[in-house]
Ligand binder design. Structure first.
Ligand code: SF4
Length: 153
């Protein structure tokens, strides 16, 4: 079972999309310097098809993308819920995973962020980052991490 702590509309996490991002709890990754250590705890409410449907209908006209933030403790369930969103709603689907490797099924996703947070290398906005953001073009992942790097003039 997936549990979520909260959700919000965000503009920077997925390039070119207005995203409903859901913060999932029970994160197993325990990255040093984690920005949200409370998300490693078993807290929040159940995230299932019904709750996702309620969330999306609330913001349906405003959002272009639905993003699972976390959920690495139960990757099968994230993939299942992503399939539900992909097939039921006219929205892109993204996943922020702390794992370094691609999930076993990437077909429900249009965006995948991979990699744990490492303070030595920084987040996606740092050119030194170990994390990667992929846009999935016809099941082919294309690295678009540089979209997060602002040009210094
Ligand atoms: S994956 Fe994200 S939430 Fe989980 S420990 Fe790492 S930084 Fe924190």
């Amino acid at each position: 079972m997936l549990k979520y702590y909260n959700y919000d509309i965000v503009f920077q996490e997925v390039p070119d999309e207005v995203t409903l991002a859901v913060n999932l709890s029970n994160c197993p990754n325990h990255c040093p310097g984690c920005h949200s250590p409370h998300l490693c705890k078993d807290i929040g409410n159940k995230l299932d098809e019904e709750t996702i449907s309620d969330m999306i209908s609330k913001y349906n006209k405003s959002i272009t993308c639905f993003c699972f933030m976390g959920g690495d403790a139960n990757q099968d369930e994230v993939i299942k819920m992503a399939e539900y969103v992909h097939k039921t709603f006219d929205k892109k689907v993204a996943w922020y995973s702390g794992k370094q490797t691609f999930p076993k099924d990437i077909t429900p996703f249009q965006y995948l962020k991979l990699g744990p947070y490492n303070p030595k290398y920084g987040g996606l906005d740092k050119k030194t980052t170990n994390q990667r953001m992929y846009k999935i073009n016809n099941t082919k992942p294309v690295d678009i991490t540089n979209r997060f790097w602002r040009k210094v003039i």
